[in-house]
Write a new protein. Structure first.
Length: 355
């Protein structure tokens, strides 16, 4: 049985003049959108703050045209762009509010409270928002790494996200990077009758079968190679490579990873794991009360379905904290008692075996 009935928000709510939000979610990727849907469907005023100009997160940013085949319910697969658009529209229909092009700077505690629930202040580069709960769903990977030699061109021919299919059909594309995202992009170009120069600084760490497909499709692969020079010549980009090859291409796609947002989380005094991810408990709450974290920001299994599940769970725990004060503390006390009982039993077994 479901644990709730969908409670639509009142269409007359004046979101521009709220004293505070029930929940502010950082990130409009799969985890953030799933969390937002869940809180809004439970009648909570919900704001999603996204650093980029579009929703969808990595599926939208990294592979909008790639068909994702491991999403339950889509037997023929679905593109990152289509999936993102569907979930975003669902959130809009549920009256989730969005702020784009806003980067998280800090989350501070305030002296204000509502029903013994201390309010937080979410600070972005554009605005401040007070709220009862915060869900971090922005991932550890924040902004794409730039390549200075290309960034200096300040050209629309240099991309840090996958362009639309029409932008590279039949064209020569230089792809910088050796991970799966770069290799997948090369395959997509080759499948659309384009030509590829794959430029890898060291050795590729992408899937071997994808690399084989690139070679079989006559893609040019430059291993242990860097771009030493770049210039715009008419409608093309001319690249000088460290292997002595010169490449003239219609556009350049850079896929060399992302900058970590770990520094932001440390500045907010969140406890971190040894691998740089945010530490959470079994309820997805961080070391700071009222701040939850879901998806890539803490998890090891980086799948869309897992991000959805975590976003939903954290949203339900936040909802229960709001509607049932001290609920989470009671749950923690119960878990602590269970753990202590288990430890006592284990110690008794060890003592008995030692006799």
């Amino acid at each position: 049985m479901p644990d709730h009935q969908v409670t639509p928000l009142d269409q007359a709510v004046d979101f521009d003049h709220l004293a505070y939000w029930d929940v502010v979610i950082i990130g409009a990727g799969p985890a953030g959108l799933a969390a937002a849907l869940t809180t809004a469907h439970r009648g909570l005023t919900t704001l999603v703050v996204e650093a980029k100009d579009t929703p969808g997160g990595q599926p939208q940013f990294l592979y909008p045209d790639k068909r994702i085949v491991d999403i339950p319910g889509f037997p023929d697969g679905i593109t990152g762009e289509d999936l993102s658009a569907r979930v975003y529209q669902q959130a809009v229909n549920a009256l989730v509010q969005f702020r784009f092009n806003e980067e998280l700077l800090d989350i501070r505690d305030t002296d204000e409270a509502h029903q013994d629930d201390s309010l937080k202040q979410v600070i972005t580069n554009r605005c401040n928002y007070r709220c009862r709960k915060v869900i971090l769903a922005c991932g550890l990977l924040h902004f794409p790494r730039k390549l200075p030699v290309l960034d200096a061109l300040n050209s629309k021919l240099v991309h840090y996200k996958m362009p639309r299919i029409a932008d590279y059909t039949g064209q020569r594309v230089a792809i910088v990077g050796g991970g799966d995202s770069a290799l997948d992009a090369a395959v997509m170009v080759l499948e659309r009758h384009g030509q590829v120069d794959l430029i890898v600084r060291k050795d590729t760490n992408g899937k071997a079968d994808t690399l084989k497909r690139i070679r079989e499709s006559l893609g040019r692969i430059h291993l242990s190679t860097e771009i030493t020079g770049a210039r715009i010549v008419g409608p093309h980009v001319e690249l000088s490579l460290s292997d002595g090859v010169a490449s003239t291409c219609d556009l350049v796609l850079v896929q060399i990873g992302f900058l970590s947002s770990e520094e932001i989380f440390r500045r907010m005094n969140l406890r971190m794991n040894d691998n740089g991810s945010v530490a959470v408990d079994s309820f997805f709450e961080t070391s700071r009360s009222g701040i939850f974290a879901v998806g890539d920001v803490h998890g090891e299994i980086k799948l869309i379905a897992v991000a959805w599940a975590e976003g939903i769970q954290a949203a339900i725990y936040a909802f229960k904290e709001i509607t049932s004060p001290f609920w989470l503390n009671e749950q923690r006390l119960r878990d602590l008692k269970i753990n202590l009982t288990g430890e006592k039993l284990a110690e008794a077994v060890r003592s008995a075996n030692a006799r």
